[in-house]
Design a protein around this ligand. Structure first.
Ligand SMILES: [Zn+2]
Length: 536
């Protein structure tokens, strides 16, 4: 006999359960509000926090080059390359919800442009006025509006300050939820009226904000969670502020940015940070899709896929046509650009599947499209030392769109290159070699097409570089492998005869030597100086 559950009882139980849940949520919210009140008290008192108009932080710091994706090797134990921030200033106009960040960056490692070491005359400056992000051109003083994504990133940056985050958490339009304990801190999720989402951690003993965390989209890594810890609180005009900001990423727990504070000014007069009328009157620009890549034939079955005049797209990819499949060399710049390159490869040789991508080296500008290639099932062919990193990347979710891998990570198909690998069938022959004599990348591979005497490379040489510090990598690799090279086919730049490449390298190496001499004469000592492999 079938027995039905009495409907009235079911209804009663459901309502009881609903009111228990409701009461629990109410209680959670009240506890969260008490937690925030406690933090406001610890920072200087609720009234004082709500009365603060402006905070100016001045200091200096360091930031991890390419979020940890620009080191000499792909190993998690590779020494981190740092970009120094000798000047940093963050102005928060709490009253009007405006922000200005000015900073100067220079690299603490050798690279290809003088400005990279010396910095430029203009500080790198970004503004936010409510929902409007804008930059001001240093030359003509004109304002240029940023995208919604830039505005969101700057809103999060504005909230990345203990007073700013507690103040917004006190705002009745902000939602507090998911209160929980973790070690010596209590965590609460904060969702602002503009749907900016952060987690705030409050120290159990001091009741001061310990850290905030938030998520961002990353071209190479998919979703990343950044966390800024606040340490060394000191009082300034009745509010407590931290003397150190340390931001880590949930990718190898890399320290992304460190800010050391020299000085705070609270409620001093500040510049007017309001967006100029010509910025306000235009809508936020919508990121446009990349252009269709251009195709330049290099030899039979070899094409350079590139952006027109170097603008609008990204770095080059090189297409090889084999008997029954296509292979591209490099998945550079971004997922969208690599997608465009892959589509162009397919339309250049219709009817053959694109099955593989050779990756020159792991640096994040050269693997900006690796998630696209993995998602489309291409086999990644790269130096064996990079396999671990690419497995980490393939396993990471990308729920903040657009992301090719999305919420369902894909298994990586990987083919390792050790010292060399021959790819050969009836129509095409390509040799891959591990690059030696290279201080920019220890796990690089380059390609050689013997039939046409082509050397296909990334970061051996770029016609647009000013300085050259990379040893004699170009000629050393040719000699080491006993290659007959006529033509350079690059990921950066355009196809050139070898003779010009070697001449340009000499010129760039001399320029690096001169820069070393100039800075030394001024009493400054730069990394990489003096040049270890002088121009001959
Ligand atoms: Zn590189």
């Amino acid at each position: 006999m079938k027995r039905s559950f009495p409907i009235a009882l079911l209804f009663l139980l459901t309502s009881v359960a609903a009111s228990i849940v409701y009461a629990a949520v109410q209680q959670q919210t009240q506890t969260a509000v008490r937690l925030i009140d406690g933090a406001a008290e610890a920072l200087g008192g609720r009234e004082r926090i709500l009365a603060v108009k402006t905070i100016v932080l001045e200091g200096y710091g360091e930031t991890a080059y390419m979020n940890g994706g620009g080191n000499i090797s792909a190993s998690p134990d590779a020494p981190q390359k740092w970009v120094s921030i000798p000047e940093y200033e963050k102005t928060i106009d709490l009253e009007h919800r405006r922000l200005r960040v000015r900073q100067r960056n220079h690299q603490n490692f050798v690279f290809a442009s003088a400005a990279g070491y010396l910095g430029t005359a203009d500080l790198n400056t970004g503004y936010l006025d409510g929902q409007i992000a804008y930059n001001v051109n240093g030359q003509n003083g004109r304002g240029v509006r940023g995208t919604e994504a830039v505005a969101r990133a700057r809103r999060l940056d504005m909230l990345n300050n203990p007073v700013a985050i507690v103040r917004i958490a006190l705002d009745p339009s902000t939602k507090l939820s998911n209160l929980r304990r973790q070690g010596n801190v209590q965590l609460v999720d904060v969702v602002t009226a503009t749907d900016d989402r952060l987690t705030l951690a409050i120290d159990n003993a001091s009741r001061l904000p310990s850290w905030v965390s938030w998520m961002e989209r990353n071209e190479n890594l998919g979703d990343i969670t950044l966390r800024t810890s606040y340490t060394g609180y000191l009082p300034f005009k009745g509010v407590r502020l931290p003397m150190g900001y340390n931001t880590t990423i949930d990718f190898r727990n890399i320290t992304a940015t460190k800010i050391y504070v020299d000085k705070y000014a609270v409620d001093d007069l500040i510049d007017d940070l309001a967006a100029p009328p010509d910025v306000r009157s235009v809508p936020a620009p919508v990121p446009s899709p990349p252009p269709v890549p251009q195709v330049t034939p290099v030899a039979r079955g070899v094409w350079l896929l590139h952006s027109a005049g170097g603008g609008g797209g990204g770095a080059n990819s090189i297409l090889f046509e084999f008997a029954d499949h296509l292979t591209i060399f490099e998945a550079p710049s971004s997922q969208a650009w690599t997608k465009a390159l892959m589509e162009r490869a397919r339309s250049t040789v219709p009817g053959k599947p694109l099955t593989e991508v050779i990756v020159s080296h792991h640096h994040f500008d050269h693997t900006g499209g690796i998630r696209q290639a993995i998602a489309e099932g291409l086999t990644v062919i790269a130096h064996k030392g990079t396999e671990g990193l690419f497995r980490e990347i393939a396993a990471r979710k990308g729920t903040i769109g657009p992301d090719a891998i999305g919420a369902n990570p894909k298994p990586l198909k990987f083919l390792a290159v050790d010292d060399e690998k021959e790819m050969k069938d009836s129509t095409m022959e390509v040799h891959l070699y591990h690059a030696i004599s290279q201080s920019h990348m220890a796990e690089g591979v380059f390609a050689y097409v013997p039939r046409d005497k082509l050397l296909v490379q990334a970061d051996f040489f770029d016609v647009g570089w000013e300085l050259y510090f990379w040893q004699n990598t170009y000629i050393d690799n040719i000699r080491h492998r006993n290659l007959q090279v006529d033509t350079d086919v690059p990921v950066h730049g355009r196809v050139l005869p070898l003779s010009q490449v070697l001449q340009d390298i000499q010129r760039m190496t001399k320029a690096a030597q001169e820069l070393c001499d100039r800075t030394r004469a001024a009493g400054a000592f730069m990394p990489g100086c003096p040049v270890k492999t002088p121009a001959r």
